[in-house]
Design a protein around this ligand. Structure first.
Ligand code: ADP
Ligand code: MG
Length: 266
């Protein structure tokens, strides 16, 4: 099957205390899924397993039918803080994965230039990351993640540290990336973690709600908003209805978790 699949995934960092349990998730190739859930519900752990950085205790993660056993160029990862190499220029940061892939120098330069133009940072190719704003740094991190033309783009609360205006710009940018910006022209599969329900509904075609302790997928909501999504869509009745639905689910999960904690023997 083409796409991403998690089958019966379980993760225990402490034996007998699962952080994630019985997680089944299928993401079709080219889909855009947001994972929402309370802090500590295991969202980053889930993403880390897809990235191949966190081995599951049980179950399997499959990408296009092959089991994920470690990180690879078919998956690009972006964290909340850009984590760029401070001693490398913007262009050298974007080129990093391409060097590891062994792409010839000329092809590498061409792709880096193309990516930087796409993210609107062509003029900063020679700058060091320290000179860039937070939003610009995240753009570089996304360009770097896209450089190897990954099948899957994994975003872990990538805009959590940005101001509202920059965050909006970045949301539009990510939609655009998903729609048309890959070196191969093929739409990447996006899995994005966020705790911002408005962001999730605005960006995703499907929102997955993770419950807490242990994290399981409690609900999936298909975001059936037609066509392109300008920012104003967030004020439409349909958007507000879906957003309220997602918020209610997250809140219900949170309350249920609090109740379990209160009832648990200490
Ligand atoms: N490497 C680790 N070792 C031990 N515990 C961890 C590790 N990573 C995450 N956890 C624990 O797993 C739970 C889920 O963490 P995380 O996936 O970061 O949640 P989220 O991203 O939803 O906030 C938390 O209780 C956290 O303390
Ligand atoms: Mg996290």
């Amino acid at each position: 099957m083409s796409g991403l699949r998690l089958e019966g995934v379980r993760k225990e960092f402490v034996p007998g205390r699962p952080v994630l349990q019985d997680v089944d998730l299928s993401v079709a190739s080219g889909d855009f899924v947001c994972v929402v859930g309370a802090s500590g519900s295991g969202k980053s752990t889930l993403l880390g397993m897809v990235a191949g950085l966190v081995p599951p205790t049980a179950g399997r993660v499959l990408l296009d039918g092959r089991e994920v056993s470690g990180p690879g160029p078919d998956r690009g990862l972006v964290f909340q803080t850009a984590s760029l190499y401070p001693w490398r220029t913007v262009a050298q940061n974007v080129a990093f994965g391409l060097e590891a892939l062994g792409l010839p120098r000329a092809a590498r330069r061409e792709r880096v230039r193309w990516l930087l133009d796409e993210v609107g940072l062509g003029h900063l190719a020679g700058a060091l990351p320290g000179r860039l704003s937070g939003g610009q740094q995240q753009r570089v991190a996304i360009a770097r993640a896209l450089a190897c033309a990954p099948r899957v783009l994994l975003l872990d609360e990538p805009f959590g540290a940005l101001d509202v205006q920059t965050k909006e710009d970045m949301q539009l940018f990510v939609r655009q990336v998903w729609q048309d910006v890959t070196p191969t022209g093929e739409r990447p599969t996006v899995v994005m973690v966020t705790h911002d329900t408005e962001e999730a509904v605005f960006l995703a075609r499907r929102v997955v709600v993770l419950s807490s302790d242990p994290g399981r997928i409690s609900q999936e909501i298909v975001i059936d908003l037609p066509g392109p999504r300008p920012l104003e869509i967030r004020r439409s009745a349909e958007f507000l209805r879906i957003r309220a639905e997602v918020e209610d689910l997250v809140r219900a999960e949170h309350r249920a978790h609090q109740a379990r904690l209160a009832a648990a023997p200490t």
